[in-house]
Design a protein around this ligand. Structure first.
Ligand SMILES: [Zn+2]
Length: 123
């Protein structure tokens, strides 16, 4: 197998012209590599059909905080509570959002129900 060295410049990418100056080899354009394939390029990489579009994920904006004043106050109490886990806080906040979503606001009964969970009575 012949080395892929340019036969014109001998692999250094430059040739000396008749005036004693060196110039970029017209055969390999300075790469020093044989290019007798006519400069064929890998066109598959630039084909539009091969262009990968980033996967678009439909992001649904989820409500994560109550929209009513009462609900927000209640959610704040839940978040401020040190005796419940973050999972419970998230669950209770979700309950508040769901409740005000279906009832329009947080009733006193519901507020009390939530408060009982974040403020357990002293033993
Ligand atoms: Zn060359």
């Amino acid at each position: 197998m012949a080395a892929e060295t340019c036969g014109i410049c001998g692999g250094d990418g430059r040739i000396a012209n008749s005036f004693g100056n060196t110039t970029t080899c017209p055969s390999c354009h300075g790469s020093g590599r044989r290019s007798d394939d006519g400069g064929l390029r890998d066109v598959t990489k630039t084909k539009p059909s091969h262009f990968q579009k980033p996967n678009k994920v439909a992001v649904v904006e989820k409500q994560n905080w109550p929209s009513t004043y009462e609900g927000a106050q209640l959610a704040k109490e839940v978040q401020a509570c040190a005796s419940v886990s973050n999972e419970t806080k998230a669950k209770l906040t979700r309950e508040i959002i769901d409740y005000e979503g279906s009832h329009g606001k947080c009733t006193e009964t519901f507020t009390k129900k939530i408060r009982r969970q974040v403020r357990p009575p002293a033993p």
